[in-house]
Ligand binder design. Structure first.
Ligand code: DGY
Length: 328
């Protein structure tokens, strides 16, 4: 190892990142990349924590209290690639003196686009239609074929109206003329709410009762675990759809399967799952469900921007400045 190389902080990057990001990380850090893109085991994460100054993890790395207990801990910062950090036990990280950062803002638009795409797909039966054409089953246009649900002008209920929820509200209100209602324990200012054409509701239950489409935009915390359970699903209109681009465990997936099978709601569109990458097998058999493999931020532009944002946080930290996106 050259002297210059030895002088730079060491970094373990847990998954493959876009080439432009890996190049920059390698220029700035003594970076160990993961060209095979295989998820690291708990033991491998611990090996990284004992051998590198910094870790750049993703949502697939479970940085539990047990993993973070490793000795001797060399790592000083967990620069997460992603806005959500529920895969990191932040209390344990704090107790071990670790700084944790995330990558907000840069993925807001893509994730909002994903939610709108899912809403349209499930309402207009796009997945079913695609499967139909690919199966060679299409016999031609007819007035009663694959009729879906109109989106324009309907009521969209948002659970959580942070950055991504607001971007969804903007698209829904200004793009589709939807009436947007929401519940958030920390609502934005009345000016922001007015600009979004949105209406605050006092409870999650009110949103669920009134909405034609319910879209989830809460962070995954102990408070939001199974926020949407059997009793809350039962409050939704039988004609309503559930959309989840936030985190899988906000929804009790077994209860959702039961509600869908019993026809208690009209359908669901999911980008995230309770036990990713496992998907409840029954969901795979239901036509009124759209299933995507956690694609919220999956565009070239945004994945590069996320990587550069993590790099910015790392550079700030190692230059002694406060990282922009410190969460712990
Ligand atoms: C995010 O940024 O939180 C994405 O879901 C990937 O982790």
């Amino acid at each position: 190892m050259s002297a210059a190389r030895a002088g730079r902080p060491s970094l373990v990057v847990t998954r493959r990142l876009p080439a432009a990001v890996e190049q920059q990380l390698t220029r700035e850090f003594d970076a160990r990349l993961n060209p095979d893109d295989r998820a690291l085991s708990a033991a491998e994460l611990q090996a990284a924590l004992t051998s590198a100054d910094a870790l750049l993890p993703t949502v697939t790395d479970r940085l539990t209290a047990q993993v973070l207990q490793v000795e001797p801990l060399r790592t000083k910062i967990l620069a997460n690639f992603g806005v959500g950090f529920n895969h990191i036990d932040v209390a344990a990280a704090k107790a071990r003196g670790l700084v944790v950062t995330n990558t907000p803002d840069v993925l807001t638009d893509d994730t909002a686009d994903d939610a709108v795409m899912l809403m349209l797909m499930v309402a207009r039966r796009a997945g079913e239609g695609e499967r139909h054409v690919r199966a060679g089953a299409w016999t031609g246009w007819r007035p009663t074929h694959l009729l879906g649900t109109k989106v324009t002008g309907k009521t969209l209920g948002l659970i959580g109206i942070g950055r991504i929820g607001r971007a969804v509200a903007r698209r829904a209100h200004h793009g589709f003329g939807m009436h947007v209602i929401f519940h958030d324990p920390h609502p934005p200012s009345p000016e922001v709410v007015a600009e979004l054409g949105a209406e605050a509701k006092r409870t999650v239950e009110e949103v669920l009762r009134e909405a034609d489409f319910v879209s989830l935009h809460s962070p995954a915390t102990p408070e939001t675990h199974h926020l949407i359970d059997a009793s809350r699903l039962a409050l939704m209109k039988p004609s309503a759809f559930l959309i989840n681009t936030a985190r899988g465990d906000i929804v009790d997936e077994a209860a959702l399967v039961a509600a869908l099978k019993a026809g208690r709601i009209a359908g669901a569109a999911l980008d995230v799952f309770e036990r990713e990458p496992q998907v409840s097998p029954e969901l795979l058999t239901l036509e009124n469900v759209v299933l995507l493999p956690h694609l919220g931020s999956a565009t070239q532009e945004t994945r590069v921007a996320m990587g550069l944002r993590a790099l910015e946080n790392l550079k700030a930290f190692f230059s002694g400045a406060p990282p922009r996106d410190r969460v712990v």
